[in-house]
Design a protein around this ligand. Structure first.
Ligand code: CUA
Length: 378
């Protein structure tokens, strides 16, 4: 489906109209001044042309009025672009603090997009989302920088090696829309494309249940934590701590480091603590944790992060006061019923998923292999 302008993608998210409004304002401004300046040039070329071979033009003195005018008007125009642009930017890139957002994990890889839902469903180069619900993406990449781009949603964000970036959108109409990679990433960059399928809530629920019986990220993370990697020998199976710091209730809290500084336990902190445990050593603990660098795929890291997040179910105490306005905090400061019900949804599969229900292809056991060897495909 096309919009009324042939080259413009459809508007299919809550921010699309705002982005387009700003875009047309800029195009309009540019057109207006292009026409104005070119006409004035032509007019002056004709009006002030040399009429006689030795003509001397009249001397021109300055004009305060004119100079003020051509300073103030462009300043006001530039500020209008700034204020409008900043407001759209903040709407688009500040994570809404809402309970019950649909969370999706994204891993970019030369040359495909891998998505995983909190309920476990995996997708490659295709993403199913419900209409009218805010969707939060937690994203990273296994290799180089890519950029996840939804033209119809008018939003995109880079995925950066070793870092988590977040993106959110709310689709406004069901349909199938493009997914692009918007950052040149090698030979098949142009083929790193996909489709986002926006479904009504009912259809989405049907799709989810039709693709069930895949291990959820939390369950996969727990398996890594307790069995595969043996994290539990220091942090305890329930995360209550031991030789290593307690992980229960950790997420979103402020952590005192041995250097005296503090850090908020967000996704990035957890990731860093797994990859490079000595970088941010918790006060009062010995630097005994081995690094897991090169042993885990980005998806496994996301699973561990999801599991450790699930150990902080209520997220009620102090999150808002210790971590104000952090864009990558999930549902901060929520004591609403929606939050706890969602968290229980997320952590329930941990206890109820029998090993037999797990996919045979979901191979988390070869952790000694270098990271390239054990990427989970579906
Ligand atoms: Cu990935 Cu371009």
């Amino acid at each position: 489906m096309q919009s009324w302008i042939p080259f413009l993608p459809e508007q299919a998210s809550t921010v699309a109209a705002r982005v387009d409004g700003l875009y047309f304002y800029l195009v309009g401004l540019t057109l207006f001044f292009t026409v104005l300046i070119v006409s004035v040039i032509i007019f002056f070329v004709v009006k002030y042309r040399r009429r006689a071979p030795f003509e001397v033009p009249r001397p021109i003195a300055g004009s305060i009025k004119l100079e003020t005018l051509w300073s103030v008007i462009p300043f006001l125009i530039a500020m209008s672009i700034f204020v409008w642009g900043a407001s759209v930017y903040f709407i688009q890139y500040r994570m809404p603090n809402e309970a019950g957002m649909t969370e999706i994990y994204v891993v970019g890889k030369q040359w495909m997009w891998k998505f995983q839902h909190t309920t476990g469903q995996r997708e490659i180069n295709e993403l199913h989302v419900p209409v009218g619900r805010k969707v939060k993406l937690t994203m990273t990449t296994e290799d180089v920088i890519h950029s996840l781009y939804f033209p119809a949603f008018r939003t995109k964000a880079d995925v950066v090696p070793g870092r988590y970036t977040n993106l959110w959108f709310e689709a406004t109409k069901p349909g199938r829309y493009h997914i692009f990679c918007a950052e040149y990433c090698g030979t098949n960059h142009s083929g790193m494309i996909g489709t986002v399928v926006v479904l009504s809530q009912t259809d989405f629920d049907n799709w989810l249940s039709g693709n069930a019986n895949q291990q959820s990220p939390v369950a996969a993370g727990q398996e890594l934590f307790t069995t595969t990697l043996g994290c539990a020998s220091c942090h305890n199976a329930d995360g209550s701590g031991g030789r290593g710091p307690a992980l229960t209730g950790l997420f979103g809290k402020s952590v005192q480091l041995s250097g005296g500084s503090t850090v908020t336990a967000d996704e990035a902190y957890i990731r860093e603590s797994i990859i490079n445990p000595q970088a941010q050593l918790v006060m009062g603990y010995q630097p005994i944790m081995p690094t897991f660098k090169g042993q885990l795929s980005e998806e496994q890291l996301l699973h561990l992060v999801a599991y450790i997040k699930s150990l902080s179910p209520a997220q009620s105490s102090g999150l808002e006061t210790t971590a104000p306005a952090r864009s990558n905090d999930p549902q901060p400061g929520t004591t609403t019923p929606g939050a706890s019900s969602m968290d229980s949804q997320r952590s329930n599969p941990v206890s109820v998923t029998p090993p037999s229900a797990r996919q045979p292809g979901n191979n988390n056991s070869n952790t000694a292999a270098p990271s390239r060897g054990n990427q989970n495909r579906r």
